[in-house]
Design a protein around this ligand. Sequence first.
Ligand SMILES: Nc1ncnc2c1ncn2[C@@H]1O[C@H](COP(=O)(O)OP(=O)(O)OP(=O)(O)O)[C@@H](O)[C@H]1O
Ligand SMILES: [Mg+2]
Length: 438
Amino acid sequence: MTPQKIRVLIVDDFADTRESIAKLLYFERDIEVVGSAGSGPQGIQTAKDLKPDVILMDINMPGMDGIAATEAIYAELPECEVIMMSVQGEPDYLRRAMLAGAREYLTKPFTGDELAGSIRHVNELVTEKRGRMAAVVKPLPAAPPPVPQPSLPSRVVSVFSPKGGVGKTTVATNLAVALRMATNKKVALVDASLIFGDIGIMLNITTGNSISDLVPNIHAVDIELLDRVLVQHSSGVKVLLAPPRPELAELVAADHLRTVVNLLRSHYDYVVIDTHPNFDDVTLAMLDISDRIVVLTTLEMPAIKNLKLFLEVAEALEYPPEKLLLAINRADSTGGIVAEDIEKNIRVKIAATIVSSGQMMLTAANQGVPVIIAERDSQVSRNLMDLAKQLMTEEDLQAVAARAVEQAKQSREAKPSRGLGKLRFPVLMPFTSKKGGD
Ligand SMILES: Nc1ncnc2c1ncn2[C@@H]1O[C@H](COP(=O)(O)OP(=O)(O)OP(=O)(O)O)[C@@H](O)[C@H]1O
Ligand SMILES: [Mg+2]
């Protein structure tokens, strides 16, 4: 049996370019040009009709450009791969093309060998990806009872840092639990750090459910389906875990997560998202969709250098300044760098600081119990609760403040000889177990 040819679609607004690319590939025995299109929308439609293996996409087209067309194609045809083509001198396009999910980037003019080599390489990825997609589909767990509607509006909050290991997962997990504890509202926690997701470990959740379960049914996902995949933590926070294996993570696209977060947004009061320290398309989609971004850093030079870079990206993406909430983790471990100097240098106000508490955090992570539950009265928990308060709606904040006053009154009446006592943040959730996960 002769092996199947690699089916290629060419999308370029210049007819001459389409023709010369087709000519370059004419003598390649294993490659067949199955179609061509002269614009982004036409490219999307032709891709849907012909389902090619590889799409050669011109980046710079009038109207819908190659990047927008690529995003649309990946949303509908995740098994295709795109090679982006561009003329020299468009370095910014390269970054955006990669963010849109393009697998390779060819600079015009290219030789026939370069083009064919690139197509073959990308096609290997398609074949591999299709094999994995076929293996992924698995039955969904049994349906739970219907979920009551929350009191809207909801808030979507991402915890992000352009540097790894600064405490994103720790902070995201504790923030979600803090929001739940203080407000008793519906809180969802999404692990969008798809390959190295740690939220399951941090909350001691051992179920196999993850966002991967939704991918094969993504166009039919509704809140009931989603609730079957969410896992309830003992705090009441509903958790959407990252895929259990890296090869499954690769099948989760930005659009999948966008669909899921939009659905959560209309059914939960707070949606907290843990992210990956990168500017990949999934992370950018999460940052775009968020109402607030907790930008986390530590006081180390590499972290601060990356923070500056991120602030430039945020500006280029036209995020309003109030969307970003700068938080310094391990703020008392300075190594000589002073938080105020950073503030002056990057001209962004520090909204919150979180102290370092190595042993407590270590125990919390190892036992899978967030520090805000295990060590509720510690300084680090207070810092985390203060940050959570900055993310609350005005209505929730007022309710929390009113309860704090009420609790202070009660404790004064109960112990008149000891004065007002310390004002603690009010906690509504009774915790029966120190272990997370159920
Ligand atoms: N305030 C803190 N005090 C002490 N240790 C902390 C603090 N915050 C986080 N840590 C510790 O720092 C380590 C990294 O934290 P975490 O996994 O939350 O970082 P991350 O930014 O999510 O990392 P990655 O980029 O790999 O996803 C963990 O061991 C965690 O316990
Ligand atoms: Mg993490």
